[in-house]
Design a protein around this ligand. Structure first.
Ligand code: G3H
Ligand code: ZN
Length: 285
């Protein structure tokens, strides 16, 4: 069934686990992710980024309607999240489009400006009954950012994180602890001590962005250290695209997209199912 994001994060916090949040680009991503979640028997967050909304013509509603229909009929709880929103106009479409939570991304701004913009966004989101995630520090590697891809961002300072959370009223915090967006090799090294220090200094779920570049063991350790939402995007695109490449190479005369998209969708389901085993384990006591 469709669920709000907040109870998933509350349950993850209580259980010492994390919720997997996968980025959707096309319908087949959403279908594959939900199939993977059902196979693993785990709740999941389907998220659409501002960039993906732009790909769909700048209107998130059609693809979100499909995501919502998949959520409603799914055997596991599925939440819908609008990811990496920089455009306030897009933010203001979130409630009508059917999202239960948003990430407002003002991490590129100087600290004081980030606080002011995020506080306003948080107020708006709460008025709409949405929960809101923000970023402090700078997870690098986004296509729209000036820094070179895979450049590590400015790490989050634990004391500033506590101050930021109090000043903005956000419900979840994305932190910069060594990951970077859009990595196609899993070679990032996380600072687990920093994650634990931020978790101790703040009292809300922490979110890891750029998780595709982080090795399995490091992801599991990040959950133990306090990460409660693990954002995964690029890894799915790698699986999706390589499945299409393989299918087309095996059948160069193929014209019916159902042939190769079925393979791509199955690859997404397999990859997503595998990730639940990495990050869904309860913290050993
Ligand atoms: O918000 C989305 C995630 O940070 C995805 O990052 O594509 O590097 O896995 P990734
Ligand atoms: Zn991200």
């Amino acid at each position: 069934p469709l669920t709000a994001t907040r109870p998933l994060l509350v349950d993850a916090t209580a259980g010492g686990t994390a919720v997997a949040a996968f980025n959707v680009i096309t319908l087949e991503y959403a279908e594959g992710i939900v199939a993977g979640a059902e196979r693993a028997g785990r709740p999941v967050i389907l998220q659409l980024s501002e960039n993906a909304s732009t790909f769909h013509g700048g209107d998130p509603r059609p693809i979100t309607a499909a995501m919502r229909a998949l959520a409603e009929r799914s055997a596991v709880p599925v939440a819908l999240h609008l990811d990496h929103v920089e455009d306030v106009e897009l933010l203001h479409t979130a409630a009508d489009a059917g999202f239960g939570s948003v990430m407002f991304d003002a991490g590129r701004l100087p600290y004081e400006d980030n606080v002011a913009a995020t506080r306003a966004a948080a107020q708006w989101a709460h008025d709409q009954g949405l929960s809101i995630e923000a970023e402090l520090g700078y997870v690098g590697g986004k296509a729209t950012q000036v820094q070179s891809a895979h450049a590590a961002g400015v790490r989050t300072d634990p004391a500033q994180a506590a101050e930021f959370v109090a000043a903005t009223g956000v419900d979840a915090l994305a932190v910069a602890v060594g990951s970077s967006h859009a990595m196609t090799s899993r070679t990032a090294a996380l600072d687990h001590d920093l994650i634990a220090r931020i978790a101790a200094a703040t009292d809300l779920p922490l979110v890891l962005h750029g998780s595709s570049g982080v090795p399995d063991d490091d992801l599991a350790a990040a959950v133990v250290a306090g990460m409660r939402k693990i954002n995964i995007g690029t890894m799915l695109s790698v699986a999706y695209t390589s499945a299409i490449r393989t299918a087309l190479a095996a059948d160069p005369a193929a014209t019916d997209p159902r042939r190769y998209l079925a393979q791509a969708r199955a690859a997404i389901a397999d990859r997503a199912a595998a990730m639940f085993h990495v990050i869904g384990r309860p913290t050993p006591t």
